[in-house]
Design a protein around this ligand. Structure first.
Ligand SMILES: [Zn+2]
Length: 76
């Protein structure tokens, strides 16, 4: 009787440890995805210094031209 309970206890212990590890792993992966998402998009968002128009330009990284007033904006 004791042996069966002991084996069951070990199985339960290992199962719970694996569950906790997988839960932490899933949460960790979610956090990195959430952190990577907005940062990637922010790099493409520009705000014109002349007319304060906000637009998305994913092609240019250092200098971008405002589609509304045509002035050039430098990445700060
Ligand atoms: Zn502008």
């Amino acid at each position: 009787m004791f042996k069966v309970d002991f084996a069951f206890g070990i199985a339960l212990y290992l199962g719970s440890v694996l569950c906790i590890i997988s839960i932490f792993w899933m949460f960790g992966e979610k956090e990195t995805k959430v952190l990577a998402g907005p940062n990637e998009k922010k790099e493409f968002i520009w705000q014109c210094e002349i007319c304060t128009y906000t637009y998305v330009d994913s092609k240019n990284f250092s200098i971008s031209r405002c589609p509304r007033c045509g002035s050039y904006n430098e990445r700060k």
